[in-house]
Every structure is written in C-alpha cells, then in structure tokens.
Ligand binder design. Structure first.
Ligand code: MN
Length: 404
C-alpha cells in the first residue's frame, strides 16, 4: 500500500526569488491557479515580510485558491510571523512556515546568535504561529550542515511546541543522496517525538543532485517534498517538481508513494511559467524540455515507429506534451520520413521516398532541422519531377521522341 507524499510547491516563493523570475501579483495569481489545478497539496505563495507586494500577493492567493493549503514564509521573529499570518488569514487552510538557521556557520557568521538563543527563538516562533493557525511548519535552514545533536534538540522542541511539519533543507545543495538518506534516518530514529510530525525535504541543485537527494530522502521516510515547476529557485534552483513526480510514477516499484498530482498538467504549467517569466527551460530538460520526447536518430525513430516502448519510458500525453516529435534531421531514416509524410496524407512510392529522403539528408547536412514546410516543398518538387518524367516516358512510348 503506497503512502501519501505531500507535494509542497514553492515556485512562487523560492522560485520567484531567483534572478529573472519575478512576477507581478496578477501573474502570480495565474500561476497559483495552475499549480492548484496541477494538484499540489501546499502552495507556498511568498514571504510577506519581504515586501508589500509579496504580502499582497500571498493575501490574494489565499483568497483565491480553494483546495490547497496556502503557506507563507517567515523568519522566527514576531513581526514576520504576524505579517505571514495576515497573508494567509483568508485561506481556507493557511500555513505559517517559519524558519531559522541551525548550522554553526550561519549562527555565528550571519545571525550572530548562540545555539541556545536559536533554540529559544525557534520555539517562540512556533508557539506564536500556532496562535494563528493549527498548521505550522518549521524549517531548520542549512540543516544538513548543522550539528546533529543540536539539530535533534531543536526538532524535538519545535514538535513539542506544535510544529506539524519539520522541513530540513539542504540549503546550499551540498549533500549526496546516500548522505541525506542517512541524515533523515538518523533524525527519525533519534528524535523521540518524530512520529508526531511530517518530515520534509527541500533540496537545492548546486551539484545537480536536488532531485536525487529528494528521492533518497523519500526512501528514508520523508513524506513532504518541497519543489518547483521547471526546478527554478535560488542559484541553480530547487528540486524539479515534474522530475520528482514522474520518477515516483514511472518507478513506483522503487518509490512506493502516491501524490495528488495530475501529471497531464505538468507540461502546461511548465509552459505557463515560461510564458510569464520569459525564461525558457533547457531543451534537454527532463519531462518538460523541448527535446524530452523528441527522437532524431534513425535507429531510434525506426524503433519508436515499431513500438514506442523501445525508446520511451513514459508517454508524452501522460505529462501533457501534445505528441512525440520525430525530428527530421541528418540522423533520420526513411521510415521516419515516410511516417511524417503519412501525417500529411501523402503516400510516396518507394522511388519518391528515396528521392525525398536524399534531399532531406542533403539539407540536414547544412541545417540543424528540416521543417515540415521543407518536407512538403521537397515532396512537391520530387513529385513534379516524377510527373514530368512519367509524361516524358509516355510521350516516348507514344513515339514522340524529343531528341537531344
Ligand atoms: Mn531554498
């Protein structure tokens, strides 16, 4: 029996914080509605103390969304918590997400705070947040570089103070998958009241390991994942929502968890984010990149046309991608050219197919792609030549030689 995995989307908070991804309040509302339709359980709408616009956006999103929990971020400071509480106040289900760094590096160099003061601030913040809502999440920033004994003390104290979710971010994307799995297993076995909270992973992609680390954390017992559409977020970004979701779908044999995500919305939401921010995803990005379901090599195209499972582990329509693209290029084979022609209702003789194929290869040697327009032009011209040749032939047959 698969356990439920809570999908916490932070595209509008961590994602929006990244350079190039700022959105207006109206744009955030559009994206928030799309993330609701996608089926995220929690939508982190912003960091209200950061700016009036952020606070307003959180408030409007809280007013608009009907199904998901709407979360607002706050530091462990009374003013922050009060502002976050104002933001999520209209939500049917509002969450205050309060955080403080627990690593000695952050405490001494950034916050100029002792461990004891950090522990007190964390507990006080959770208690204050609980005064506003029953749904409080606590995050230990830079958790994966924190002293394990101290971190366990903080976690035990915030759970006792009423935090229902404990998020342990790999804030700087430093962990390896085996390490983060051991990290969560240690905490889950050492914190005495760990069974009273949902543990959460929040991984960054500085070493390209955010999704791998998130999946390893799930394997270790984490039941909430924090992620973003297209993997956007601070620096190299957060764990990509679409990659986590499809990994759990395609490999449910290794990752037996269920989510409420409608995978057919993955591509449309990705496209909407691109449209709103003008920032495209890399073409080879898993799941949502332009080439994620494209096949150009002749051997691959031939295999695909015979049985898609030869080169596809998931169907494009399952993630909302309109169709598999058999890209015509210099690596394509005759079979793909024929299929593409059939898409346009064109049936080619073997001889015409051969001519069309050679012309395509010749063009593709000079250009990256052969467009459908190119293809149709080639077919028309080849057929024109063929018709004239046939006409010439029949004239010859009829005895009207043209001479030389
Ligand atoms: Mn983050």
């Amino acid at each position: 029996m698969a356990e439920r995995l809570v999908v916490f989307d932070t595209t509008l908070r961590d994602g929006e914080q990244a350079p190039g991804f700022s959105m207006t309040i109206e744009e955030k509302l559009r994206l928030a509605r799309a993330i609701e339709a996608l089926g995220a359980d929690v939508v982190e709408a912003g960091f209200p103390i950061a700016s009036d616009d952020d606070a307003e956006a959180v408030h409007r999103i809280a007013l608009t969304l009907e199904r998901p929990v709407v979360a607002a971020l706050s530091r462990c400071a009374p003013g922050d918590i009060d502002r976050a509480a104002w933001g999520v106040e209209p939500a049917r289900r509002g969450r205050i997400h309060t955080f403080i760094a627990t690593s000695d590096l952050h405490l001494s160099r950034k916050l100029h705070m002792t461990r004891e003061a950090c522990l007190e601030a964390a507990v006080a913040a959770v208690q204050r947040a609980r005064g506003y809502t029953d749904d409080v999440e606590f995050s230990a920033e830079d958790a994966t570089r924190s002293d394990m004994d101290f971190l366990c003390r903080v976690i035990e104290a915030v759970i006792a103070a009423g935090a229902g979710t404990v998020n342990l971010p790999d804030t700087v994307g430093y962990c390896t998958p085996d390490e983060i799995a051991e990290f969560f297993r240690t905490i889950l076995s050492r914190v005495p009241n760990a069974d009273q909270a949902t543990f959460s992973a929040h991984c960054h992609d500085d070493l390209g390991l955010a999704v791998a680390n998130t999946l390893a954390a799930i394997g270790a017992g984490v039941r909430q994942v924090e992620c973003t559409v297209n993997g956007i977020g601070e620096r190299a970004g957060n764990a990509s929502l679409e990659e986590i979701i499809m990994a759990t779908r395609v490999r449910s044999d290794r990752l037996p968890v269920e989510t409420g995500i409608d995978t057919r919305q993955l591509y449309p939401v990705s496209q909407l984010l691109t449209e709103l921010t003008g920032e495209r995803v890399q073409s080879n990005k898993a799941i949502v990149g332009r080439n994620a379901f494209a096949h150009e090599a002749g051997i691959h195209q031939d295999g695909m046309l015979k049985d898609r499972r030869t080169y596809e582990i998931m169907r494009p329509e399952d993630v909302g991608v309109p169709q598999t693209t058999l890209v015509l290029g210099k690596h394509s084979g005759r079979h793909a050219v024929q299929k593409r022609c059939e898409m346009f209702g064109l049936t080619l003789s073997r001889r015409d197919l051969d001519l069309v194929y050679r012309r395509i290869v010749a063009i593709a040697d000079r250009r990256k792609h052969v467009s459908d327009e190119d293809l149709l032009e080639i077919v028309t011209s080849v057929r024109g030549v063929a018709r004239r040749a046939a006409a010439d032939h029949s004239l010859h047959e009829a005895g009207y030689g043209f001479g030389v």
